[in-house]
Every structure is written in structure tokens, then in C-alpha cells.
Design a protein around this ligand. Sequence first.
Ligand code: GRG
Length: 313
Amino acid sequence: MASEMRQVDAVIHERLSSQVALIDRISTYIVSAGGKRIRPRLVLLFARALGFHGPERFELAATVEVIHTATLLHDDVVDESSLRRGRATSNALFGNAASVLVGDFLYSRAFQMMVSVNRMRVLDVLADATNIIAEGEVLQLMNMHDPDISVDDYLRVIRYKTAKLFEASARLGAVLGGAERALEDSCAEYGQALGTAFQLVDDLLDYQGKREELGKNVGDDLREGKPTLPLLIAMQRSSEAERQFVRSAIEHGEVERLPEIIELVQRTGALDATRAAAEAEAERARRCIGALRPSPAREALLELCVRAVNRTS
Ligand code: GRG
């Protein structure tokens, strides 16, 4: 994949150039910081697994990464995050207004890119996906500081805000590969399951991860009062006094309570249970691609299921 991913990176750099200096500066800053490039990989791997080798795959792989980058710029403003990809966030360095506006530039540039491949189905998939992502973020905002949300409410947020772009990326590869609708839906479901596993692990690492490996701060979810699965499960398995402790931490974003909360999510098995939920989603993803012909691309898609759960960054 290395040479194909370099081609994707070349398209991203080319498409993000602008005569407006601040756009160039911020987009180069965030894109050159790296990132795992999982979503473009999904486009390429599904296209390849289904025998498509046309140049549109690079354009669409780049498009989903540009959309992802736009969401990161916006998300870091909303979350007031200070560290991303091991560097100061764009909002910390250039301010909120510049970050939001350059995010808008990237988002609208992604629409120019997707139009350029001249396929209505592609527009359909990405218009729906971006709309759902935005709904997910608003739902998450509504759930903030609310310890009474259900596990289903939580799962809906992560399916929308994170898994939807994984799903769309996988589906786009299948669309390029000319898959019939049932196969396209199985590929999309792989993306949804993988993206859900990925976000479950993200939420786990916010309590268990290391800042240096993650490239972002741990404990940010607690600081923001995000009721993620480790906390929801810990509350189900706690004494009344412990439950009140977690409720208060969510309601008031008591990040200074992080050490006690980490001890609790570990002791109650909430972190293990979150990992088990991620494993189950990864297993669902694996099942979805059972119908693909054996190939190196299919192997790589299976390998991604392992990495999504075992990742530390
Ligand atoms: C512009 C369509 C649009 C919407 C704005 C703010 C917002 C609405 C959406 C944010 C969605 C979001 C950032 C969800 C979190 C997804 C997530 C786990 C991001 C981290 O992904 P990685 O680990 O990042 O793949 P790297 O740095 O590796 O690329």
C-alpha cells in the first residue's frame, strides 16, 4: 500500500493548495502532522479487493481524508483541545476562527473533489455521511454532562460521528468496484463495525492510553463531561457512593478526579468490557467481508480489524 498511499498524499497536498496564505499554512500544518490515514486506506482496499484500478480511487481516498481533516479542525475547536497528532492543535496555534474557517475550506474543497469523479452515487454517499457526522456531533453536545444517557444513546453518537465516515469510505471503494447493492452494503457494514470498534478503543484510551503514543491528551473526555462507555459501565457495576462520584465527575467535568476514575474503571472491569465490545465489533467487521474473494486486499482488511482493537495510538 505504501506507494498507493503516497499517491493519495500527493493528491491531498495538490488539492489543498490555495492562494490564501493562511489556508495553505493551516492545512499544511495539520496534514503534514501525519495521521493514520485509515479512511483512505479503506477506499483503496475495497476498490482493489473488487478489482478496480482507475485513478478515481486516489481522488476519493483523498476526499475522505480531507473531510476527516475538516472534522478534526472543527472538533478541536468544539472540544477546546490543545494537542493533536503530537502537536499543538490548530486552534491553540492559530485561534478558533481560523480553524473553523479553514475547516470550512477543506470541507467545501472535498465537495469539489467528489464532484470531479462525476458519479451521482458518490455524491449521494458523501452528502449523507457528512450530514450524519454533523448530527452525531450535535447529539454528543446534547449528551454532554449527562450521566443518565443509555448505552444505546452512546452507541448512536459513535456510529454517527466516527463510524459513518469509515462506512462511507468502505462503500465508496465498493461503488468504484461496481459491486451489486448487497455486496456494497456488506462492505459498508464492515466500515461501520470497524469504525465503531475504533471509537470504542478511542474512548478506552482516553483512560488507559499514553499521551506520547496517542499524540493527544488523556482525560480530555472527563474534562468535557463526556459520558463514554467506560464510565457508563463503571456506573452499572459500582456501589451507590461510587456511582454518585462518577455522576458528579460527568456533570461537572471533574478532570482532577481522573486518577480515582481510572482506578474505578479498571477495578469494575469497565475498561475490559469496553475492549470486549470493540472486539465484538471487529469480529462483526470480519464476518462482513467473508464473501470477498481471498486476496491481499482482503487480508489487509482483516488485519485492520486486529489493529483497530490493539492500537495504542
Ligand atoms: C465538517 C462534516 C463536518 C462536520 C463537523 C466537529 C464535527 C462536525 C465532527 C467531528 C467528528 C469527529 C472528529 C469524530 C472523532 C473521530 C475520530 C476518532 C478521530 C480521530 O481519528 P484518527 O485516530 O485520527 O483516525 P488521525 O490523526 O490518525 O487521522
